[in-house]
Design a protein around this ligand. Structure first.
Ligand SMILES: Nc1ncnc2c1ncn2[C@@H]1O[C@H](COP(=O)(O)OP(=O)(O)OP(=O)(O)O)[C@@H](O)[C@H]1O
Length: 281
């Protein structure tokens, strides 16, 4: 494997419980993410998926272990250097996290204004470009309350992309959306990955999302990374219950696709017989 873009080395994170004990949400997790790939992080509720994702951009600081982005060790950086490196890591959330009293354009401009050195004209151009990327050029002046759930998530994606990050971290981005809107949003994420080369790490509890979008998957259970595999690798042996469920879903989808194909071929044969009979009538 080429040098990874993101590398977690033995990261652990615990939280204080009300009774004073500590709960280990992530335990000695090591993970590498290649530049340009789409990695799914899956696990049952409470398994530690979101915590692991937030350890990548140090929204959560690990108690132990190291986080690398390219050749920089984020866990060793001073606050000003970390702020700069974090611009390479965009993030979106399940509940969109938009500023309600700001327009779509103002929301997208927000991260650009946080860092000095960009002119007003540069910011306006970047905002327009980012909204166009997610198909919302005509909604720049709309407030979040005037947008659908899918449109709100697109504004959030535009905001995350505005600083031109290398990575997009997605925390359950489709959980608040219906099936059709989920499909459209996944197509947008794939397009961003293909056209811009943005590496994507997505946390989800929906195996269909992994199946539709991801190239590789990492399974987390009780804070531990229990297995990782390429979805296209037919020779793989999934071992965890969720890994096995995902493989079964892939088989089912593949069988349905084969059935669709044979139904299509059958109808083509019937149609050609019909045409011959009409000619001979
Ligand atoms: N700030 C916090 N303080 C205390 N406990 C926390 C905190 N954040 C997470 N936890 C606990 O850590 C565990 C893992 O949480 P996390 O949100 O990472 O799980 P998850 O796999 O993303 O779950 P879900 O799919 O339900 O969102 C949970 O038991 C959660 O209650």
């Amino acid at each position: 494997m080429s040098d990874p873009l993101i590398r977690l080395d033995g990261v652990s994170k615990s939280f204080a419980l009300p009774d004073g004990r500590r709960f280990e949400a992530v335990r000695e997790a090591s993970l590498s993410v290649r530049a340009g790939e789409i990695l799914g992080l899956i696990g049952r509720s409470g398994a530690g998926k979101s915590t692991l994702l937030r350890l990548i951009n140090l929204l959560e600081r690990p108690d132990a272990g190291r986080v690398h982005l390219g050749d920089r060790e984020l866990t060793a950086l001073k606050p000003a250097d970390l702020r700069r490196e974090r611009q390479r890591l965009g993030m979106i959330f399940q509940q969109f996290n938009l500023l309600q009293n700001a327009t779509a354009a103002e929301n997208v401009a927000f991260p650009l204004r946080l860092h000095a050195g960009r002119s007003r004209r540069e910011i306006d151009a970047r905002v327009a470009e980012s909204l166009a990327l997610v198909g919302l050029a005509d909604k720049a002046d709309h407030y979040p309350a005037q947008l659908s759930g899918g449109q709100k998530q697109r504004v959030a994606i535009a905001r995350a992309l505005a600083p031109r990050p290398d990575v997009l971290l997605c925390d359950e981005p489709t959980s608040a959306l219906d099936a059709a809107t989920t499909g459209e949003l996944l197509a947008t994420l794939r397009d961003i990955n293909t056209r811009l080369g943005v590496t994507i790490v997505i946390v989800t509890h929906e195996l269909e999302v992994v199946q539709a979008l991801c190239e590789r998957v990492a399974v987390i259970a009780e804070g531990r990374l229990v297995e990782q595999f390429d979805l296209a690798d037919a020779s793989r042996q999934a071992t965890s219950p969720l890994g096995l469920e995902l493989v079964r879903l892939q088989w089912r989808e593949a069988r349905l696709a084969a059935l669709d194909q044979s139904a299509l071929e059958t109808s083509a044969v019937i149609a050609s017989i019909g045409r011959r009979e009409v000619r001979h009538a």
